[in-house]
Write a protein that binds this ligand. Structure first.
Ligand code: AMP
Ligand code: MG
Length: 404
């Protein structure tokens, strides 16, 4: 079977994928969700010219010369504006966030004023129009402030709230089921200590990736390498409770690799591929009706790398995310590397910041696709394109930092 490139595999998995649906969520719960529609401001911000400082609201022309003497005629505080107008030779005591009264256009900070009774004298020059935030300088009513497809950050939900949205429309969370197969697998703490046992780990890492990508995740537990047993769990997973079924293990072509036969027997339109990727060559992808199925390799590091490369982008695409990723960032090689072969290599690496501020990626000593101690100690995946020439210390490279 010819190797498929990672780009081809990603295109296959995400082609024609769009958001599953829209729901309104409280703005304070919307971080990490993908905005489903453009969001326009429902108000103008600031709603009026407002003071950026504590001081005195004046007419700029009145304080062109220092010292200038002005009569204090009232006070404007945040939420309690001054009702009158500031005339020539007058000032209004004002506080940060208060409306600049009619007639005034400048705020003299209190440090540049001496006050006696209701008279102030400026002690330093202030340029006209200083210390005033003009009405609408942040945003104006009806102007779009956030756009569909954006994964909302904590900063974005501040903006959405300030634009007066109590709720925001976001893509509903994809519902993801995780399956793990293998006669050797036991849950942490549940084994007998037998040397042929392996304690499961894949679903924990995949669940974490999926949740961070915005999914609701259900772990359907361990399944023996038994066709009927796998079929029974697959049947449940496909019954409509889930949008995406993700398996790990049993994806190769050995006698005990029964995931593909079980999925096909349950009516999944499945294709099995070998991808030019390291670690993690085998990949299955298919669907039954609207339910998608992704079959990842069993080796723990491979399952996690493939989770980052395929699963996270798919979950994001299922929310209409305009940046499904995975996104790489530039770094520099901290070691010489041999030329790469046909497979895109996602090497585990640690990161080091040098005195000049540059970030260097140090490839881990072992790149074994089963070694979790190395995966855990690493900071990023160092991405080497197919047929990359030999790399030298200091050469530019691309990394995918671990997000957690
Ligand atoms: P398989 O793809 O089923 O042949 O599995 C490949 C390797 O990954 C074997 O050494 C399995 O023991 C291991 N493996 C499979 N599934 C898991 C899992 N869920 N957690 C940890 N290791 C696994
Ligand atoms: Mg197996």
């Amino acid at each position: 079977m010819a190797l498929m490139t990672v780009e081809e595999a990603t295109a296959l998995i995400t082609s024609g994928v769009s958001a599953l649906g829209v729901e309104d969520v409280p703005v304070q719960a919307a971080a990490g969700r993908v905005l489903a529609r453009d969001l326009a401001a429902r108000r103008t911000q600031p709603p009026a010219d407002m003071s950026a400082m504590d001081g005195y609201a004046v007419r700029g022309a009145d304080i062109a010369q220092t010292p200038a003497r002005l009569a204090v005629i009232g006070e404007s505080a945040a939420g309690r504006p001054f009702a009158g107008t500031v005339g020539a030779g007058q000032a209004v005591r004002i506080f940060t966030g208060a409306v600049v009264p009619e007639g005034a256009d400048t705020v003299v900070i209190q440090e540049n004023v001496s006050r006696e009774g209701d008279t102030i004298t400026t002690t330093a020059p202030t340029a006209a129009l200083r210390n005033v935030r003009k009405r609408g300088c942040d945003f104006s009513a009806d102007a779009p402030g956030l756009f569909a497809g954006r994964r909302l950050t904590g900063r974005d939900i501040m903006l959405a709230a300030a634009m007066d949205h109590a709720t925001v429309p976001v893509a509903r969370r994809p519902r993801v089921a995780l399956l793990q197969t293998g006669d050797e697998l036991v849950l942490p703490g549940q084994g007998t200590g037998n040397d042929s046992e392996i304690v499961v780990s894949n679903a924990f890492g995949l669940a974490e990736l999926a949740r961070r990508a915005g999914a609701d995740v259900t772990d359907l537990g361990l399944i023996k390498d038994d066709l009927a047993a796998i079929r029974a769990v697959v049947a449940r997973a496909l019954s409509g409770e889930f949008d995406l079924v993700v398996s790990s293990g049993g994806a190769s072509v050995g006698d005990h690799d029964l995931m593909a036969p079980a999925l096909k027997a349950e009516g999944v339109d499945l294709s099995v591929h070998k991808i030019a990727l390291r670690p993690g060559k085998p990949l299955m992808f298919g669907h039954r009706g609207t339910v998608r199925v992704l079959g990842l390799p069993g080796n723990p590091v491979s399952s996690h790398v493939c989770g980052m490369v395929y699963l996270v982008p798919l979950i994001r695409a299922l929310q209409g995310d305009s940046r499904p990723g995975p996104e790489t960032v530039p770094a520099r090689l901290a070691a010489d590397l041999p030329p790469n072969d046909v497979r895109r290599d996602f090497m585990r690496a640690t990161l080091e910041r040098r005195a000049d501020g540059s970030i260097h990626a140090i490839p881990c000593t072992s790149q074994d696709s089963a070694m979790l101690s190395i995966l855990s100690a690493a900071d990023c995946l160092l991405v080497r394109p197919p047929f990359a020439p030999a790399g030298r210390v200091g050469d530019p490279c691309e990394i995918i930092p671990f997000a957690d």
